[in-house]
Design a binder for this molecule. Sequence first.
Ligand code: NAD
Length: 368
Amino acid sequence: MPKKYNIAVIPGDGIGPEITSAAIEVLEAAVAKKEIEIFTKELKAGGAAIDLYGIPLPQETIAAAKDSDAVLLGAVGGPKWDDMEPEVRPERALLGLRSGLGLYANIRPVKVYDQLKDASPLKNPGNIDFIIVRELTGGIYFGKNGVYQSGDRLPDGTVKGKIAFDTESYSEGEINRILKIAFELAMKRRRKVTLVDKANVLTTSRMWRTLASQMSFDFPEVELECLYIDNAAMQLISRPSSFDVIVTSNLFGDILSDEAGQIAGSIGMLPSASIGTPGTPGLFEPIHGSAPDIAGQNKANPLGAILSAAMMMRIMFNEEEIASDIEEAVRKTLESGLRTSDITFIGENNNVTLVGTTEITKAVIENL
Ligand SMILES: NC(=O)c1ccc[n+]([C@@H]2O[C@H](COP(=O)([O-])OP(=O)(O)OC[C@H]3O[C@@H](n4cnc5c(N)ncnc54)[C@H](O)[C@@H]3O)[C@@H](O)[C@H]2O)c1
């Protein structure tokens, strides 16, 4: 009996449809000779859903996503919907999907392929291969916030001028579940976890540190390093190859993962996964946006989406062989000199050939 995987595909807007269909084509080719059947169901979200139903995340989409084994997302948003109120804009679908599916951990691998070292803004990038594990549903983005108006009475006096506030709060449970993901990932890799926090200032950070130290007793083979966020932002540039798994809060992870994304050279190369409680579908997507400036022109780099599909095979379905096959096919494709427009402009090199989305996808499939 073949294994059956039900994948909800949300192409979204801009280049989303081009890159998700490329990823599904590659996935289907990768499982073709295995005892695996892939079933896909296309769902609307973002601007595409606003145009059809007037809202960015229809109930049917979230229900079908919950019903699937895993979700593949392209990207949402674009200038067509830029004037809309934040609550109804396409990007709102991302928040709705994360909270609807209970996705509390964002996993973002950062790898610089040997063939793309010229494209990295770092002079000597070295062997960069690390993962950022970011807490996704807690912290300051979800804490109590508001504005005290001038004249409001506070316990310590009357407010002069408005005061705006946001609060960071984390429960032990929220921290422990994400730390566990980080330590478990490290066990499958180079066995090092770096906790990034601001424990010299923030009470929440001190709790992260205490819990990380406690958890490290359960993972004696894993080295635990703790860095303040300001120092980590520097070290990511000065010694990126020394990192293995970085774990951090929502706010710090948001900033660090974009910094790290730049190291890889092109935004089009990087995959990501957002996962929740075991047994619930995870969401897999490239880190870039909908790139409206190149949509529909066969210019989009589909490799970030293709590598996201590989992550899905590894994380959701434990199909390590298929995931590695896809990653190796991507490496071979880059080695053969094929590049999409986002990566050719750097390292003026006669051995590279500029190709489009469909051509590079075809090459990955041939290299499988
Ligand atoms: N997860 C998401 O769905 C997501 C994430 C970020 C931005 N967005 C939305 O996407 C829209 C555009 O945002 P932006 O321009 O700030 O960021 P973007 O990532 O879409 O594009 C930034 C630049 O990188 C290029 N680029 C991005 N991905 C590429 C790829 N795969 N291949 C080749 N080039 C690529 C684009 O052409 C553009 O020049 C906005 O509406 C934004 O809100 C969505």
